[in-house]
Design a protein around this ligand. Structure first.
Ligand SMILES: O=C(CO)COP(=O)(O)O
Length: 248
């Protein structure tokens, strides 16, 4: 059985003081549940959040990482550094990184390979944009993203993977994919994993939906067969809203 997994993606929001306020409030609201929970925060708050959440079940994630361990790569943060801080998860290939920083499937693949060499669990984001959805190319696009990102990833590694389906047109727009649209793609992703690996791995892989997930729509989304969790942007900035989503 797959354990539900709900992660917040703070993106480039919050000051250090805001992060502390959130953590203190979230810890008081947080009840131990069967739902795995993580906050993916800006790099500069990861150590702080690891300390604030120590002794709880709340995990901490990064939003990106570089594949080289060290070197002359000004401004980059390596997976090795994240491992050193004790980060549990790392988002890879978010559509905002693909769109604004030109991340290719090949680059994402290198980052994934480095993450799989250590203990951090990658959350691989895939999803089509509005134009691609309107041309009904979404399945082709997501399949290509999966094949590109997972080239050379072994079955043992793939079994540890979290995949987040995030249709770009539903991110930060208030426009959610219908639960059925999200389910259809998540089922497609599971079948693609079965074709690339095998049925056991497809059964194990955790698939999240992301894009305008809110307390009001979380239950409907989480009740879908192939949706095991959510990657939550805006609503994860507020401790009460995020807890309501986890409590779906
Ligand atoms: O991009 C997202 C999470 O990674 C989704 O963001 P929103 O929940 O703000 O739409």
């Amino acid at each position: 059985m797959r354990t539900p997994f709900i992660a917040g993606n703070w993106k480039m929001f919050k000051t250090g003081r805001d992060a502390v306020t959130f953590a203190e409030e979230f810890k008081t609201l947080y009840k131990d549940t069967d739902v795995k929970t993580a906050i993916c925060a800006p790099y500069v708050y990861l150590g702080l959040l690891k300390n604030l959440f120590s002794g709880t079940e709340i995990k901490v994630g990064a939003q990106n990482a570089f594949y080289e361990d060290e070197g002359a790569f000004t401004g980059e943060i390596s997976v090795k550094m994240l491992e050193d801080v004790g980060v549990d998860y790392c988002i890879i290939g978010h559509s905002e990184r693909r769109q604004y920083f030109g991340e290719s499937d090949q680059l994402i693949n290198r980052k994934l390979k480095r993450l799989f060499a250590g203990p951090i669990t990658p959350i691989l984001c895939v999803g089509e944009n509005l134009e691609q959805r309107e041309k009904e190319e979404q399945y082709l696009i997501v399949r290509d993203q999966l094949v590109g990102a997972l080239a050379g990833i072994t079955p043992e590694q793939a079994a540890r993977l979290v995949i987040a389906y995030e249709p770009v047109w539903a991110i930060g727009t208030g426009k959610t994919a219908t639960p059925q649209q999200a389910e259809d793609m998540c089922e497609f992703i599971r079948n693609a994993i079965e074709a690339l690996y095998n049925e056991d791995i497809a059964d194990e892989v955790v698939i999240q939906y992301g894009g305008s997930v809110k307390p009001a729509n979380a239950t409907e989304i989480m009740n879908m067969d192939n949706i095991d969790g959510a990657l939550v942007g805006g609503a994860s900035l507020n401790a009460k809203d995020f807890m309501e989503i986890i409590d779906f």
